[in-house]
Design a protein around this ligand. Sequence first.
Ligand code: RBZ
Ligand code: NIO
Length: 338
Amino acid sequence: MSFRSFDELRQAILGLPAGNDEAARAAAARQNTLTKPQGSLGRLEEVAIWLARWQGRAKPQLDRMKIVVFAGSHGVTAQGVSAFPAEVTAQMVANFAAGGAAINQLAKVAGAELEVIPLQVEQPTGDFTQEAAMSEAEFLSAVATGYDAVSSDLDLVSLGEMGIGNTTTAAALATALFGGGADKWVGRGTGVDDAGLKRKATAIEAGLTRHRDILNDPLRVAAALGGRELAAMLGAALAARKHGVPLLLDGFVTSAAVAPLFKLNADALAHAVAGHVSAEAGHRGLLEALKLQPLLNLGMRLGEGSGAAVAINVLHAAVACHNGMASFAEAGVSDNSA
Ligand SMILES: Cc1cc2ncn([C@H]3O[C@H](COP(=O)(O)O)[C@@H](O)[C@H]3O)c2cc1C
Ligand SMILES: O=C(O)c1cccnc1
C-alpha cells in the first residue's frame, strides 16, 4: 500500500467497512443456547461475538495469529526522557531475533507468530521539541510499512512496539489529541525519577508550542510528535480494519499510536479490543478516551506487545467455550424456559 498524502490517508480512514452483523447475531444466538446461565461467561462471551463479527463467521477461529512488533528510534531522547539509553532499541531488536525477550516467550505460549519490523532504528526521528519528528513522506512511508504487515488471511493481529523514548512520544500524542496538559499523560515509562517525569512534561509542552499550528489535524500531529513505530501501528490497525481482521491492542504506546484513527473517525477502532491496561500512568485515561475496556489488569508496563500477548490466552478460552460447548438440547440439560 502507498499513501501519497495526508489527505489520501485521511480519506482511507473515513471510508471503513462495517463488521459482519449476521455473523455477530448468529454468534450471540449460539451463546444463549450453550449449557450455562446466559451471560455467565461475561467478557468471554463478548469477545467471542466480537471475533465472530470481524472474522465474518459464527464460529471464530484463532489458527493464524500474528503479533507484530514495530521498532523505531526517537530524537526526543536527547531531552533525557528515558531511564535507558537510545541504543537499547537496536539491541532489543537483536534480542527479539535471538528469542530472548519477554514477547518471544509470550508469543509462543499464545500460539501466535511473532514478526519484528525495525523502521530505520539506526536513524532517529527529529526531536519534536526542535522540529517535526517526521516529514509527511517519512510518516506515510512508515504507515505503509505497517499496513503491509497485515494480510487478510489472519484470524487476529496483535500490536507491539520497541522504541526507547516512546512513552514520551505517546504522551505527546495523547496531550495533543485529547488535551488536559502533559502532566495528565506522562508516566514513568522504563522507570524515570521525578526529575525525569518533569523533563518529559517539559519536552511535551515545548513540542506542543512548537507545533501549535497543526494540533487540530490528527495525522499532522502523528507526524510531528509521533514516531515511525507508532505510525506503522496506525497503518497496521487500518489494514486490519480494511481486511476484516480483529485487532488486539497492547499498552499506552499502542493505544496512543492508533488514537489519531479514533479522532478522525470515532468508529475506526470498532474492530479493536484492548488486551490490557498497563501500569503506565496515562493508559487508563487514554482507554477511556478511546472508549475501550481492557481485558486484563496485571500491572504490566513493558510494551513489546506483551500485555496483548497474554490476553490472547483469554481469547483462546473464549473461542474454546464458544465453539466447543454443548447446547442445552444437545446435552439434555434442562434450561430455564419452563
Ligand atoms: C530492556 C528494555 C526492553 C523493553 N521492551 C520494551 N520496552 C519499553 O520501554 C520503552 C519505552 O519507555 P521509555 O519511554 O521510558 O523509554 C519502549 O521501548 C517500550 O517498548 C523496553 C525497555 C527496555 C529498557
Ligand atoms: O504501556 C506501555 O505501552 C508501556 C509502558 C512502559 C514502557 N513501555 C511501554
